[in-house]
Structures are given as C-alpha cells and as structure tokens.
Design a protein around this ligand. Structure first.
Ligand code: ZN
Length: 152
C-alpha cells in the first residue's frame, strides 16, 4: 500500500471516530443488540429497523470504545442502510473475509471506507474491535423481538 493511501485511510478512521455517523438510538427498532469486546472494553448498542420488504430502513449505534471500534460502527451503519438482508449478509461476509484473510494480500484498489478498516488485519488484536459492530448488527437482525443479547 502506498504511503498516500495509508495516510488517507488513517484520516478516514480519525474522521469516523471523531464524528461518528448514525450514533443515536432508533425508536421502536425491529432489532437491538449489545456487543461487548472485553479484550479492549468496546461496547456498542446496535439498532436496526427493517421495512415491510425486509430491507434495512435504518441502522444506528450508541456507545463505542476505541477509535477503531467507533469508526467501524459508523462505517457499518453507512454501508448497511438501504440494503436487503441478503445483501447485508454478503456485505458482512465480504467485510469479514477482508479482515481475516491471511497475509497482506493485494491491497484493494477501491478507496472505500472499508479499505480503511481493512488495515487492522495487520494487528490481530484489533480485528475484534473492527468486527464488533458488524457482529452486533447480525445479532440485532436475528433478534427481531427486541431482546438484548450479548456477543463477544
Ligand atoms: Zn477496541
């Protein structure tokens, strides 16, 4: 990865951690879950509202933790809104694959926000920070009755 790209990615993370998007509760969500990463102390609440067609009409989070977990939660909400659950599942899988694949691999050419988060795979201890909000969204989607679950 070129120095310029690394610098850009760093700025994306700083921006999302300082000014997180969609950091708020959703009134009467169709799902809500709490994610906790004890290794780092990150804790996020994720709210999701599905429309009648099963599309993600709104998604938000509260809480956070370190810069990586907060930025990743913010990026997750922007990535997921407007997608069907099938599309959301594919986005989740591709995100997870990009963060956990072995070795450096070829850097993504796309300068999307997920590429910024992807850099944490060089720091395995931080991968849990980055995936926390995404796992919590899955739990929120599965918990349509609004119960609170804990994911680790
Ligand atoms: Zn963290």
């Amino acid at each position: 990865m070129s120095f310029d790209a690394q610098e850009l990615y760093r700025e994306v993370i700083v921006d999302h951690s300082r000014r997180p998007r969609n950091r708020r509760a959703i009134e009467s969500p169709t799902g809500h879950a709490v994610g906790h990463n004890p290794l780092c102390g990150d804790r996020v609440h994720v709210y999701v509202k599905l429309d009648n067609d099963g599309k993600i009409e709104d998604v938000s989070f509260e809480g956070g933790g370190c810069a990586i977990s907060t930025a990743s939660a913010s990026i997750m909400t922007e990535t997921m809104v407007g997608h069907t659950l099938d599309e959301a599942q594919k986005l989740f899988e591709s995100f997870h694959e990009r963060l956990t694949r072995n070795g450096e691999g070829p850097p993504s050419d796309e300068l999307d926000p997920i590429s910024a988060i992807e850099g944490v795979r060089r720091f395995p201890a931080r991968v849990k920070c980055a995936t926390l909000a995404w796992h919590t969204l899955k739990a929120a989607i599965d918990q349509r009755n609004g119960d609170v679950v804990k994911t680790e």
